[in-house]
Design a protein around this ligand. Structure first.
Ligand SMILES: *Cc1c(COP(=O)(O)O)cnc(C)c1O
Length: 393
């Protein structure tokens, strides 16, 4: 079984490029060039240099002693929370802005829901001195004021999406419209392992530095490259794709995905895409997504803004369908409790997204000999208000 993308841009039944004809030249240009550019020595050198000196990589692989004791297994945390800007997203935006420069683009557009991808994009645009326009639903702009302020301070223009539910999917529509109108000078930075081919594969490759480092670090600490399990939370699936990438074809490594169950998988307020999703097209690819009987996208819900997405990337749909990965979901309550637990046991306040991954220990029992690596995708500073309200701190 192959878990990587094939020649045609598919992961099994999922993926492809379902785009308006007017976007075809842009996406085709990227498809023809992305692997070539990623293999250029000057690209590799610049990417690695920035990951090291600007992002602060390699991120540590931390043995969480007290958490391990509590769950009677060996738990390592991959500390993406220690990256510049506080999460894994910057790995991808750095890769894509270097790609955009080599494609001769002058202007960057992006869409954002919670604002985290918008901030990561605005950050690298400031770094490279490039024009940056971030589309964001009007409702999200109101909900995520600190991130809007960050983007503005970084020099980005934040344009409100005023149509539909005025959230992420509407911002995505606006970004696509912009790209159609500016096909020559603009690159669209997608923030997760989603979108038309080659985006899911390109984003996954930029994030695969996570599993590349895990292998090296585990070799030093445990004398072997492969853990028994790798675990990550899934919104669109980029931190998960990066965490799994170098283990996809290592059969002894179990792959675990944790989605957001919101107020309960069947409560009508959830973002548990694999459990609730049906095959459909979203954001330019065929994948599992939450939809009504007549194919309208269902508004997702999670306490965690970064997991509040109605689909998963095509690679994850394939991992789900083939059974290569085990899928779990964690409710708001389970995630919040797990976030507080990590804070108390290890002195690390995780992003609420990452807290969903941590909730796996409430759902699955590991043996004392198991080596379990969990991607701590981000830090919780951005979520303090949520934690304070939830726990009445
Ligand atoms: C955005 C975000 C996620 C979800 O995005 P993926 O593409 O699924 O990784 C998870 N954790 C954090 C900290 C995020 O900011």
């Amino acid at each position: 079984m192959n878990y990587n993308v094939d020649e045609k841009g598919y992961y099994g039944d999922f993926g492809g490029a379902f785009i308006p004809e007017m976007l075809y030249p842009n996406v085709e240009n990227l498809r023809q060039n992305y692997l070539k550019i990623m293999r250029e020595p000057s690209f590799i050198e610049e990417f690695n240099q920035l990951l090291k000196d600007y992002v602060g990589r390699p991120s540590p692989l931390y043995f969480a002693k007290r958490l391990s004791k509590k769950y009677n297994t060996k738990i390592y945390l991959k500390r993406e929370d220690l990256n510049h800007t506080g999460a894994h997203k910057v790995n991808n935006t750095i890769g894509q802005i270097l790609m955009a420069k080599r494609l001769g683009k002058k202007r960057i557009i992006a869409e954002t829901g919670a604002g985290q991808h918008g901030v990561a994009t605005a950050t690298v645009c400031a770094l490279m001195g490039m024009e940056c326009i971030v589309y964001m639903g009007e409702i999200d702009i109101a909900r995520q004021a600190p991130n809007v302020a960050r983007m503005k301070m970084l020099g980005a223009e934040v344009r409100p999406a005023l149509s539909g539910s005025r959230t992420l999917k509407d911002a995505t529509n606006e970004a696509i419209r912009d790209w159609i109108n500016n096909p020559v000078d603009t690159h669209y930075i997608i923030g997760s392992a989603i979108g038309p081919h080659p985006y899911p594969d390109m984003v996954t490759r930029f994030q695969s530095v996570i599993s590349e480092e895990i292998k090296k670090q585990l070799k030093e600490k445990e004398g072997k490259e492969n853990p028994n399990y790798v675990i990550a939370c899934i919104g669109g699936g980029s931190n998960a794709a990066g965490t799994y990438y170098h283990f996809l074809h290592e059969e002894e490594v179990g792959i675990i995905a944790v989605e957001a169950a919101g107020k309960g998988v069947h409560s009508g307020e959830s973002a548990a895409t694999s459990a609730l999703g049906k095959e459909g097209v979203i954001h330019g690819c065929k994948t599992l997504l939450m939809q009504t009987k007549d194919g309208q996208i269902t508004e997702p819900y999670s306490i965690s803004a970064g997991l509040d997405y109605p689909g998963v990337g095509p690679m994850h749909s394939h991992l789900y369908k083939t059974g290569r990965a085990e899928f779990y979901s964690a409710t708001d309550d389970e995630a919040m409790q797990s976030g507080l637990e990590l804070t108390k046991l290890e002195g690390i306040i995780p992003a609420i997204e990452s807290s969903h991954a941590l909730a796996i220990f409430k759902h699955k029992t590991f043996t004392p000999e198991d080596v379990v690596v969990l991607c701590l995708s981000g830090r919780g500073d951005k979520d303090l208000d949520n934690y304070i309200k939830y726990f009445n701190l």
